[in-house]
Each structure stands twice: as C-alpha cells, then as structure tokens.
Design a protein. Structure first.
Length: 251
C-alpha cells in the first residue's frame, strides 16, 4: 500500500461521510467531514487533502456516486472505486442489501474479529447478523431494515394526525400483561429485510456482542441488553472499505 493516505467515502442518503486515513489501523481518521448533499463537497475534498486512493460505497444511488467522482476530478483526486468485498453473504436476495451494510459488517469484523450484531440508526434503522463461515472467514447472515429515528420524526412533523415516538427502549421492557409485553416486543421488530429471526438463530455466536456506529443507538442497546458487549464505532463502513482494500493486495 502507498504511504500516502487513503480517503474513504460513505455515501448515505442524506450526506457523504468522508475521512482521510494515514494510519489504517487508527482508532480515528486523520481528518473527517460529513457533507450534506448539495453543499460544499468540492471544498471538503480540498480541505481533506491528497490521497493515494478514494474508496467509496453507499446507498445513495448512481447520481451521488457521479457527484463524488466529478468533485474528486476537480480536486485532483483519483476516481472513487469500491474495493472487492471479501465477505461471504449467506442471505436471500443478497443483491438487495445496501453496500453500506455489507461494508459496515466487514468493518465490524476488522474491529472485533468475531461474530456480532451490527446496528445502525441513520436514515434507516438496520440490524444485521455477522457470523463465521465454515472456513473461518466473516459471513453476512442477513438482517432487517426499518425507518430510522430521524425519518420517523420527519414523518411526524409532516403529518397532522401522527405524533413523534421517542426512542426510549427502557419504557418498553415490559407490558402490563404477558400478552402486552409480547405485543410490544413484536411491534419493535422490523418487518422488512432478510429473514431476521433466521439470521438471529444462525448468528448464535453473536449473542454477546454488538458493533454500533451511532452513539445514541449504542447507549439504548447497552441499556436494553446489559449483558451484551456493545462497541460504539462511528467508522465501521470506512473500516470495512480499508479492510477490503488491504485484502486486495494481500496486506
């Protein structure tokens, strides 16, 4: 790998999360900035500085990828590229899983080197199971996706009859009756995604560990499941990109 730093770009629905990494094993990037789409992307790239390679992935669509590529060209940076993802995928309809979720899972493995749950609460709330393939390699087992806290809050603000439900999991630990408790539990389960319960069963080794990019989600999860080891790391997608890039050159 070149001694020059690498730039990672996590292209989200609302913003691009850019980070410059000189030490690929560092806890934090050398410099980082989150840029809402339609704002100062060019200036942010110039501020971050030169990089030997730009590693990018995301769920924002081809238009945003083209925006980043054009901005990199204007800033004299290499064309962004997605590294080959060295992660086994064992869920149905793998092509429908967001690339950010897959690279976050790869980043969680780089961070923990063991099975885990990966929970992110951005525009969407995602819960994914990361396991171990028969050959010992990391394996994405599947997960679920639901509207995230900010999206739900925006929906409540934009409608007359809906009210905002705050994310306070402590108030939902129990119901007035066993049936009520079960109804509350079932109401919290995301309804879309790749076979959540099956993934949970297959990822049995992950019961004691969770990797969470969002700090508030980490706090809520730690409070809900005090016996679980919760690791908060906001750079899981970037770590996954770096780990995949290292794998390409056998580093």
């Amino acid at each position: 790998m070149s001694a020059r730093p690498l730039l990672t770009a996590d292209l989200g629905n609302s913003a691009a999360k850019l980070a410059l990494w000189r030490d690929l094993g560092a806890a934090e990037p050398e410099r980082a900035v989150t840029v809402p789409w339609g704002t100062y992307l060019d200036a942010a790239l110039v501020e971050l500085g030169a990089a030997a390679r730009v590693l990018a992935c995301g769920v924002a669509g081809s238009q945003r990828a083209h925006e980043l590529a054009d901005a990199c060209a204007r800033a004299g940076l290499p064309t962004p590229a997605e590294p080959r993802l060295d992660l086994a995928i064992a869920c149905r309809d793998a092509h429908t899983v967001g690339r950010d979720r897959l690279f976050a899972a790869r980043g969680a493995w780089a961070l923990l080197a063991e099975p885990a749950l990966v929970v992110d609460a951005g525009t969407a709330l995602t819960v994914d199971a990361l396991g171990r393939a028969p050959d010992g390699a990391p394996c994405f087992l599947g997960g679920a996706i639901a509207p995230g806290p900010r999206l739900l809050a925006a929906l409540a603000r934009g409608t007359a009859q809906l009210f905002e439900v705050r994310a306070d999991l402590r108030a939902r630990r129990s119901g007035a009756t066993p049936r009520g408790a079960r109804e509350r539990r079932d109401a919290r389960l995301p309804r879309r995604g790749a076979r959540t319960r099956r993934a949970r069963r297959r990822g049995g080794g992950a019961r004691g560990r969770a990797a969470v990019p969002d700090r508030r989600a980490a706090e809520l999860l730690a409070d809900l499941a005090p016996g679980r080891r919760v690791v908060h790391d906001p750079w899981l997608v970037a770590r996954g990109l770096l780990a995949a890039a290292r794998g390409e050159v056998g580093a």
